[in-house]
Design a protein around this ligand. Structure first.
Ligand SMILES: Cc1cc2nc3c(=O)[nH]c(=O)nc-3n(C[C@H](O)[C@H](O)[C@H](O)COP(=O)(O)O)c2cc1C
Length: 203
């Protein structure tokens, strides 16, 4: 008898650091190693390498359900987000918030919202449901109290789209590019977070 194929799982990681050898990218690689160790397919997207223009707020996607104002890399990214069962979103903290490219990415998810044209209060997500998400931020400051805005900026839009944020990680006290490589504890933590995310997909 031919065995039933086991389900294929896919996790996409969104790295929003604008610099090379970034701490966010290194931690993303660690997380994805953990995800991969559980037999899950992974892909990392570095937003700095994409063509992504800011949302024009033209509201055209309310009728077209896709962005026709910009023909850039967001259309393919939305296809990938729909296909993935899990996401990892990582952003360095810039001015107590996510980076500008992460904000552009989050705004450009607007076509994934349906609003009833007769009554805007009636709305639902057009993103397939049950997606599991891990979010994290990296910053120079040591105190965890400063990361709230950056984490909220990623968590709230994803929850509005029906995603479940299963874990949040903060890497504080890192300034120079690549500095996280000197901290085995944070690298191990990132790897474990990846394993946990992969396991959450299969529950
Ligand atoms: C424009 C800019 C703004 C920043 N704002 C903050 C901040 O508000 N708080 C903080 O702790 N670090 C801040 N940083 C430092 C970065 O968060 C830190 O260098 C981090 O390690 C960068 O991560 P990356 O290597 O992944 O880019 C800022 C850096 C830049 C370039």
């Amino acid at each position: 008898m031919i065995p039933l194929a086991s389900k294929i799982y896919y996790v996409i990681g969104i790295n929003a650091s604008p610099r090379k050898n970034s701490n966010t990218e290194i931690l993303m690689n660690q997380m994805m190693k953990g995800v991969k160790s559980q037999g899950v397919i992974t892909e990392i997207v570095n937003l700095k390498d994409l063509h992504l223009k800011p949302c024009l707020a033209c509201e055209g996607c309310r009728t077209t359900r896709t962005c026709r104002a910009h023909i850039d890399d967001m259309q393919i990214l939305i296809t990938k987000l729909k296909a993935a069962q899990g996401f990892i979103l990582g952003s360095p903290m810039h001015n107590y918030n996510v980076t500008a490219i992460m904000k552009i990415f989050l705004d450009r998810m607007y076509p994934l919202h349906y609003f009833n044209p007769e009554n805007r209060k009636e709305r639902h997500s057009l993103l397939p449901q049950n997606k599991k998400v891990l979010i994290y931020t990296v910053c120079e400051q040591q105190d965890n109290k400063y990361v709230k805005m950056a984490l909220d900026a990623m968590r709230l839009p994803l929850e509005t789209l029906g995603c479940e944020v299963v874990s949040e990680l903060t890497a504080t006290g890192f300034f120079k590019a690549g500095e996280v490589l000197n901290d085995q504890e944070i690298l191990d933590k990132a790897y474990t977070e990846g394993i946990n995310l992969a396991k959450s997909l299969k529950k």
